[in-house]
Design a protein around this ligand. Structure first.
Ligand code: HAM
Length: 409
């Protein structure tokens, strides 16, 4: 292995240096504050799950081709979670009697999928998951799509920057059955629709499955259908960037009703920003009573690309308010003592522990966007009178620590 390779992170994963971490933290904070503003409660679980959890409860593509699975020392098959929905359903099923429905739950898990790394897709990503359990009325569908919408507008997006594509698995199943397709043919058409945007011979492939006349684009859900109610409900909330999209099917086997995806309209980012849908039978697969669920996942990678494309990532630099700058390393511990007093007053404070020249220390504090520098030499220490320099305005204040702390507050 060459030296160069050994400093790279594992394929498809990212290191978060402080500048990236600041962006990640901003994304997570915004996610949780919007979810909590809708009354969602946070939950989490381990990244490790028994592999069994994903059989018949996820998508075939994910289980057969994309999971990281290994056998542990006790011969158990273990999988690094590729998505959160089976875990959430498992947790709800496990405490079905104690939990007061309906539940509004959110989580920000890291997920692992063995994918070919490309723009918008990596092998580890974080995903905001929001789900409502225990409501079968379409208003839950409306609320969740509205939540996804508000996450994006809270980041500063306008509604013309993204599009909400929506369909309904129930509608699609009925449409295919009415056209005379067998269940097996329907499943193949749905899998093909899921790949529609990735292939250019869709019509040809469709003819191989069925000769039935399936002109999806001309088909519309009826006015009293679930889908029409969802679209109308969103309209009532002022959300109108919604299009009925018969080719939006979502690959997971568990969806039973409304399905939706959000896309960037700029053309720069082709992967979905968010995907979700209604799944009314998932908890039943754990042997309990069925609890209807609906939810979505929004990935951090596509979101960051979206924010960058639309110039919505404001600089987010974390710097302490005060830098204590000793004139000599012999005074470093005295500087730490002074820093402690500032921190006790709630002012973030760091100490320059380097042995650089004073001028260099002050200029690098300024470059790091620190607001104030407090220079500490033998004279200051003796007189207990210090100078606090405002690095932005250039003004200066002198006095005892208490007085300087008050001047910042
Ligand atoms: P999903 O469509 O697989 O759905 O993922 C949702 C979102 O996660 C995608 O729209 C994308 O933003 C992001 N995402 C997925 N895979 C990757 C990847 N390899 N790299 C980067 N981003 C990715 C689900 O996972 C469902 N469990 C969502 C759900 C929750 N349905 C109901 N509740």
């Amino acid at each position: 292995m060459s030296k160069r390779e050994s400093i790279e992170p594992y394929k498809g994963t990212r290191d978060f240096y402080p500048a990236d971490m600041a962006v990640q933290q901003y994304i997570f904070d915004t996610w949780s504050s919007v979810a909590e503003s809708f009354g969602f409660e946070r939950y989490d679980a381990s990244v490790l799950e028994p592999s069994e959890l994903y059989r018949q409860k996820s998508s075939e593509e994910i289980v057969d081709e994309q999971t990281y699975t290994f056998t542990d020392r006790g011969d158990r098959e273990v999988t690094l979670r590729p998505e959160m929905t089976p875990t959430a359903a498992r947790m709800v099923a496990a405490k079905r009697r104690e939990l007061a429905l309906p539940l509004r739950w959110y989580s920000i898990p890291n997920l692992f999928r063995y994918e070919r790394p490309q723009r918008g897709r990596l092998r580890e990503h974080w995903q905001l998951n929001c789900d409502i359990f225990g409501v079968d009325h379409y208003s839950a569908d409306v609320e969740l799509i509205a939540l996804g919408y508000h996450v994006l507008t809270t980041f500063g997006a306008d509604s013309d920057m993204f599009e909400i594509r929506i369909s309904d698995r129930g509608w699609l199943n009925a449409t295919l059955a009415n056209a005379g397709l067998t269940e097996e043919e329907s499943a193949r058409v749905i899998a093909l629709l899921d790949r529609k945007d990735k292939i250019d011979n869709f019509d040809e492939e469709l003819k191989k499955i069925t000769t039935a006349e399936l002109d999806f684009d001309s088909k519309q859900p009826s006015a009293d259908s679930n889908l029409a109610h969802v679209i109308a409900g969103l309209g009532e909330l002022g959300i109108t960037n919604v299009t009925f999209s018969p080719s939006t099917v979502r690959g997971f086997t568990y969806y039973t009703g409304t399905v939706f995806e959000f896309f960037d309209t700029s053309g720069e980012n082709t992967r979905s920003l968010l995907g979700g849908g209604r799944y009314d039978n998932l908890t039943e697969k754990f042997g309990g009573e069925p609890v209807p669920g609906i939810g979505f996942g929004m990935g951090d990678i596509c979101l960051r690309d979206f924010l960058e494309t639309h110039d919505l990532l404001t600089a987010n630099i974390t710097a302490p308010t005060v830098m204590v700058v000793p004139t000599d390393p012999a005074l470093n511990i005295n500087a730490e003592k002074i820093a402690q007093q500032f921190r006790a007053a709630g002012i973030s404070t760091s100490v320059d522990l380097s042995s650089r020249k004073l001028g260099k220390k002050l200029s690098s504090a300024g470059d790091a966007l620190v607001e104030y520098a407090l220079v500490l030499g033998d004279d200051e220490l003796k007189s207990e009178t210090y100078a606090l320099k405002n690095l932005i305005s250039g003004s200066q204040e002198t006095g005892a620590i208490d007085k300087l702390i008050k001047s910042i507050q």
